[in-house]
Design a protein around this ligand. Structure first.
Ligand code: PAF
Length: 258
């Protein structure tokens, strides 16, 4: 695996690979990689000649400075994991190179980004869409892989790619769960042992409770702080806090539970 940190080095590598007409799959991440990320890398490897993974903890999508500060950073472990699944490139750019305009320019959406995580995390999706637009333009992949755990993010990225006639195909990938049902997330490692034990109840309640009111009451009773629990586009979406850790999840209503 080649590790590339400067954009000029990346552009040279990209041009070289482009001349050999290889297809490129891209997995953008913020690091602290887990089996969910590695499933995206494996899918990309199965569908493309080359797989590029980016690791960039994107400050513009954090509305809470403490969340940004505490976001897990595990570069050495991440590199090892990526090598073990055979990623071809790791791109990990610096903020100054990725934001030469100091975020004067951005991409935004005015409807679906305003609800759910968008209403509790103002500016979050503007930061996500802007960085994903930059990364997609730099990597120029044939396909890019995103997990359905962040379903709202996935739909907004699909919409952006369509709205701006971008060439990369967005490939949705089912949420990867721990054996007890908890959706894999980089934030899970910040849960205390006691919180980790309680965390799978979030998914269980999301999938089994008939009404949102019942689900909210049960989550509250168990000690979750409910940020939102809502149904849209045939899915039930939830965001909760366990101590200082915010967890999100979503499931299809009355269908598959991925
Ligand atoms: O899902 C994530 O990890 C991030 O939101 C993404 C897509 C890498 C953009 O920073």
């Amino acid at each position: 695996m080649k590790v590339v940190t400067s954009l000029s080095a990346w552009r040279s590598a990209r041009d070289l690979e482009l001349s050999s007409k290889k297809t490129i799959g891209f997995v953008p991440t913020m690091g602290a990689l887990h089996a969910g990320h590695l499933a995206l890398v494996k899918k990309s490897k199965a569908e493309n000649d080359l797989t590029v993974v980016s690791i960039f903890v994107n400050p513009t999508q954090f509305n809470d400075p403490n969340d940004l500060k505490n976001y897990p950073r595990t570069m050495a472990e991440d590199e090892e994991k990526l090598r073990s699944v055979g990623a071809d490139y790791l791109l990990s750019p610096e903020y100054q190179e990725l934001y030469p305009d100091s975020y004067r320019y951005f991409v935004d959406e005015s409807e679906f980004s305003q609800i759910l995580c968008g209403s509790s995390r103002p500016g979050h999706f503007r930061g996500v869409l802007s960085v994903v637009m930059k990364l997609l333009n730099l990597v120029r992949a044939d396909r890019a892989y995103f997990g359905e755990k962040d379903f709202q993010q996935l739909k907004l990225i699909e919409g952006m790619v369509e709205a701006f006639f971008m060439k990369t195909k967005i490939v949705p990938c089912a949420t990867v769960r721990e054996q007890d049902g908890l959706a894999m997330s980089s934030r899970n490692r910040r849960l205390s042992a006691q919180e980790r034990e309680l965390a799978p109840a979030f998914y269980r309640i999301l999938t089994t409770m008939k009404s949102l009111d019942e689900a909210k009451a049960e989550l509250g009773r168990l000690g979750f702080e409910v940020d939102y629990l809502e149904e849209h586009v045939g899915r039930r979406f939830g965001a909760v806090k366990l101590g200082a850790v915010r967890l999100i999840d979503n499931v299809a209503i009355g269908g598959s539970t991925s």
